[in-house]
Design a protein around this ligand. Structure first.
Ligand code: AMP
Ligand code: ZN
Length: 114
């Protein structure tokens, strides 16, 4: 946890382009965007993967989606739409082990994802 990149971004120790913050969540621009809008929403609390969520985290996990939708609307994507993505472990391509919601928008996305 002490070496976690996203904990450090949440604490402001490592800089990022923050787009939203509250007591429980931080949202910032992805450093290597894959769409015109590519924002990461994280809980301030360190949770490594989706596998580590428990029933006690339901409010926190639900809030992650609510914040993702709120930021999407603030950025003007309400009408055209957007994608919210959570990757878990190797097959999904998770590279940072602090759960994060990808908010992607500004273009049309393929389905299913590659
Ligand atoms: P994932 O592959 O789902 O674990 O997503 C990790 C995301 O974090 C990738 O889209 C990276 O581009 C992004 N990322 C890695 N380092 C940083 C950083 N320092 N600031 C912002 N985004 C980052
Ligand atoms: Zn962390």
């Amino acid at each position: 946890m002490g070496e976690c990149l996203f904990c450090k971004i949440a604490e402001g120790v490592i800089p990022a382009e923050h787009v939203y913050e509250d007591a429980d969540y931080v949202a910032f621009e992805d450093i290597n965007p894959k769409s015109p809008t590519h924002v990461l929403v994280i809980p301030r609390r360190h949770i490594a993967t989706l596998n580590d969520l428990t029933a006690e985290d339901r409010a926190l996990a639900g809030g992650l989606i609510e914040v993702g939708a709120k930021v999407a609307k603030r950025l003007g994507h309400e009408e055209n739409g957007y994608r919210l993505v959570l990757n878990c472990n190797a097959d999904a391509g998770q590279t940072v082990f602090h759960i994060h919601l990808h908010l992607m928008a500004g273009r049309t996305f393929a389905w299913p994802p590659g």
